[in-house]
Write a protein that binds this ligand. Structure first.
Ligand SMILES: Cc1cc2nc3c(=O)[nH]c(=O)nc-3n(C[C@H](O)[C@H](O)[C@H](O)COP(=O)(O)O)c2cc1C
Length: 183
């Protein structure tokens, strides 16, 4: 299975970190990171994205590199995840504004009818954000804001992160037991 994890500059780098840790070695994994996301990743996790990825089995592409295989619909990817997804990235994706590799890859997923999950993180949400999300939902994109549930009685930040990441994994069809399911 081939999966692309795109990290944009919203708060919530821990979600991307956990998702990549889980997928490492299990799938063919592609990672794209925006410039702002690089700074936020370091700020929120304490480790730079380069250091984090250096012992992972990932294909890591520059967000400006349109020569990446992810830029073309002829390169088959099973699912794409933008995690976290800023409202700027949401807006670019909703409008087909493919000016970097994250937006271009999302555009390719939409035109090729491939699974795309956006973990949109902002609060509160304006009508602009809601309209962009609705537009994409109508196109088959899954909008998955990182909203924790409390029926699983989370005790730690890890529990909350795992809940969101587990929901993402469920959506792209990857078996996992990283969060407590309702029985
Ligand atoms: C520390 C920090 C936290 C941010 N958190 C968010 C956020 O949660 N959601 C959001 O939409 N933008 C957030 N932003 C603003 C985006 O980073 C900014 O709009 C940027 O242009 C997004 O670019 P990108 O989506 O290409 O990475 C944050 C910025 C900083 C510096």
């Amino acid at each position: 299975m081939r999966i692309a994890v795109c990290i944009s500059g919203a708060s919530g780098a821990l979600y991307a970190k956990r998702l990549i840790e889980f997928l490492n070695g299990k799938v063919e994994l592609f990672v794209v990171v925006s410039d702002e996301a690089k700074k936020i990743f370091k700020n929120e996790t304490g480790v730079s994205i380069d250091n984090f990825l250096k012992d992972k089995d990932v294909k890591y592409y520059d967000n400006r590199d349109f020569y990446s295989p992810l830029a073309s619909g002829s390169f088959i990817v099973d699912a794409g995840i933008v995690i976290p997804c800023s409202v700027k990235s949401l807006s670019a994706i909703a409008n087909g504004f493919a000016s970097n590799m994250i937006y271009r890859f999302a555009d390719v997923c939409i035109k090729e009818n491939r699974k795309l999950v956006l973990v949109v993180r902002e609060t509160p949400l304006s009508a602009i954000h809601l309209e962009n999300m609705l537009k994409l939902a109508h196109l088959g994109v899954t909008i998955l804001p990182p909203i924790p549930a409390f029926y699983s009685k989370p005790q730690t930040i890890d529990d909350i992160v795992n809940f969101v990441v587990g929901k993402v994994l469920d959506l792209v069809g990857i078996d996992n037991s990283i969060y407590k399911r309702w029985q």
